[in-house]
Design a protein around this ligand. Sequence first.
Ligand code: ADP
Ligand code: MG
Ligand code: ZN
Length: 607
Amino acid sequence: MPERKTPKKPLIFYYLISLAILLIINVVVLPTFMRRQMTEVDYSTFLKAVEENRVLEVEMSADTQEIAYAALDERGQRQTYVTVVMPDPNLLDRLQRSENNIRFSRVKPTQPNPILTYLFSLIVPALLIIGLGRLFSRQLQTRMGNMMSFGKSNARVYVKAQTGKTFADVAGQEEAKEALKEIVDFLHDPEKYTSIGAILPKGALLVGPPGTGKTLLAQAVAGEAQVPFFSISGSEFVEMFVGLGAAKVRDLFEQATAKAPCIVFIDEIDTIGKKRGQGGFSGNDEREQTLNQLLTEMDGFDARKGVVLLAATNRPESLDPALLRPGRFDRRIPVELPDLAGRVAILKVHAAKVAMSPNVDFEAIARSTAGASGADLANIINEAALRAVRQGRNRVEQEDLEESVEVVVAGYQRKNAAISPQEKEIIAYHEIGHALVAAKQSNSAPVHKITIVPRTSGALGYTMQVEEDERYLLSKEEAMARLATITGGRAAEELIFNTATTGAANDIEQATRLARAMVTRYGMSDKFGMIALETMTNPYLGEDTTMTCSSETAAEVDKAVMEIINKAHERAIDILKDNMDKLHELARLLLTKETLTGEEFMQILGR
Ligand code: ADP
Ligand code: MG
Ligand code: ZN
């Protein structure tokens, strides 16, 4: 059912405005307007005029402390004046004693012009209301007109000069670039493909986590192909009136066919491409109509004419299957998080835009940023440049990059956070606990840095581990080692201070998530083996999972998770007990130095 949307500003709004204007006229404009005809004088002048018998009439206003009076001026002309009353008990006396038989009263002075009054109190408001009503109804008309005539969509036309991006701007993502190059090639020379009878896919869907360069890739395609580039975001199709979104789709394709060969890019297509008909009365006719129109248009246009459709999303699982069938977005181009080589390449692309010291080690930075997206890396370079400026340097050094990695990961340093010595001690032991447990296990990544400088993210300290090379798999042993490392912080608190603090909250969360995944998704528990007890709902956005087992099994899963974590915790305690002297020594050192590098740490450990 089409919803009747009320206009944005209800009628009462306009009445209120009229009312406000009226009030202003009455309270501010009119009085000053009238006042202007009267000369303002001081009280002594008024008294003098009374003495000299020049005053004819006196009127005291009821609400303000003012007297308006009529008097003869030097030339014997009647003038009106206004003055502020002084506290004067003799005033009446004076007026009565005057020879002039002054008429005095306590009302509004000089009646305003009756025509003026009429004008302001009746005609002006009427005019105002009529005027505003006109304006308002015209607005409504254009809005309705939009709906009726299905006005032009605001698809913007980009041509090469405007995107200015080429494949050289996109680092890593070689497979994605390869797939897109074919499309560019087709747009340059369609003959080559059509003569052999090949039909190019109508649409390519870029899927991947946020910030991996999907939008950037689409812009690069446009830049390389040197054809018109229509770019529109899925949300721009979302309209208030049913049918308007669909009209926009139709209009977009109309424009595109007229400009062929060209590229149409729909960013964040999941906004309009969600699965239809979920949840009974969805009441979302508008979105469904828009999607239907998109499907129809995709069937309707002829790929041979050279209209290529690109779309991007980070929620591929929520897309309507009809969008993905052959003949529509049949080519799926994964744009994944960059690997080590990819991260180095991305860092270099962005570093080229800032003044870098020649001996910067991009490898090291890339190694310490496993899991970072292209957008994160671009941000790291920019933060480093900002830091260099703050430090009064004109080149970015390695230390800037290292610090900005931490800023992006953990936030800025909170240098003046007031942490008591006792708490600092607990934090130091906690972090050394992590580091020691990590270092004493063979299946654990080397410790890169330990710090107890608090960060704006709320972290009071942290231990950074950096893998020597890129890892794609996680073995059961490594998972257990990681769990032991995570529990190492709390284990140290328990051993040394015989207490537990909230500082381990984040560790506990991490450990639970990992142990849970080991049981439900990685098949690493003896009890369940290779049974999927949980499925990922979205692989790219967070780790949304849903349990797919009975509640009895779920209870067993919890038990298995607990067992795993307890085992890891015990291992951490054992390791720390065996290395008590090192734990004390390192924690003392960390307390004085606040930050230990991996080398310093290993040196002391190896003594
Ligand atoms: P997405 O659309 O996948 O969410 P974007 O394309 O908007 O991500 O990327 C955001 C920014 O991150 C880009 O403008 C660019 O500066 C940077 N970026 C991401 N991936 C890359 C890459 N592969 N090479 C270079 N820069 C990248
Ligand atoms: Mg994007
Ligand atoms: Zn911790």
